[in-house]
Design a protein around this ligand. Structure first.
Ligand SMILES: CC(C)(COP(=O)(O)OP(=O)(O)OC[C@H]1O[C@@H](n2cnc3c(N)ncnc32)[C@H](O)[C@@H]1OP(=O)(O)O)[C@@H](O)C(=O)NCCC(=O)NCCS
Length: 195
């Protein structure tokens, strides 16, 4: 038995079960399947070496590269490589921080506009223990500069999040929320009445 067989056996014993299987984005899958010519499902699991390397590259792209690119289309391309599900015609401002521990948890639908320096934090402690909770910006949603969106924040269709707001839960479609924590300052029905 060669050393690499022993290492592979030892390494396999460290891997989590299939339920914990985690493939971080199409770039990692492409790298593993097409370049390394290995099965992505096995090698892209949480504690495998390719995944740990990919995590490092992902962090670098996400935190250092993407927020400083002065062209929206290139920023979006990099965020897609990192693994965020991003719809069509989306604008993501510079200097945003998107939680990169679980990119698949943060998704932006079509025609979303995200202003500058927004923080998306999908993981962290809650009163019930540690949680990874999705953040979703639905079609046509707008998020003002320096807002903070925590796990569980779902910005409804056409809703507006004010600058500096801290969103912790669902924002109804068409509503405007502001403050810390974010509260509705204008609802869709009120806006219709006013117009
Ligand atoms: C939320 C927003 C869209 C509301 O605009 P508006 O309809 O003109 O609202 P108003 O200025 O009439 O303010 C309405 C109320 O909301 C409050 N409010 C407005 N923006 C707020 C904010 N960011 N945080 C907390 N409260 C806010 C106002 O104080 C006012 O309260 P009052 O009725 O008690 O006096 C706007 O203030 C905003 O934040 N836009 C995003 C700007 C941005 O991020 N641009 C990106 C540049 S890079």
């Amino acid at each position: 038995m060669q050393m690499r067989h022993v290492f592979r056996w030892w390494f396999a014993s460290k891997l989590p079960s299939q339920e914990d299987d985690e493939v971080g984005g199409w770039f990692l899958r492409f790298f593993i399947e097409k370049i390394l010519r290995r099965r992505a499902r096995y090698y892209a699991q949480k504690h495998s070496l390719p995944f740990l390397i990919w995590k490092f590259i992902r962090k670098f792209l996400n935190v250092v590269v993407a927020p400083c690119i002065p062209f929206n289309c290139l920023r979006i391309a990099v965020y897609r490589i990192v693994g965020y599900p991003i719809g069509k015609n989306v604008f993501i401002g510079m200097r945003c921080y998107l939680d990169d521990t679980h990119p698949e948890l943060i998704s932006f639908e079509d025609n979303v506009v995200l202003s500058y320096s927004i923080v998306f934090a999908a993981h962290g402690p809650t009163r019930d223990g540690f949680a990874n909770t999705p953040i979703v910006i639905r079609k046509g949603g707008y998020v003002g500069c320096a807002a903070v969106l925590l796990g569980g924040a779902v910005v409804g269709e056409g809703a507006v999040v004010a600058a500096g707001a801290v969103v912790t839960k669902e924002v109804p479609a068409g509503a405007t929320v502001a403050g810390v924590p974010a509260r509705v300052i204008a609802s869709a029905s009120l806006k219709e009445k006013e117009s």
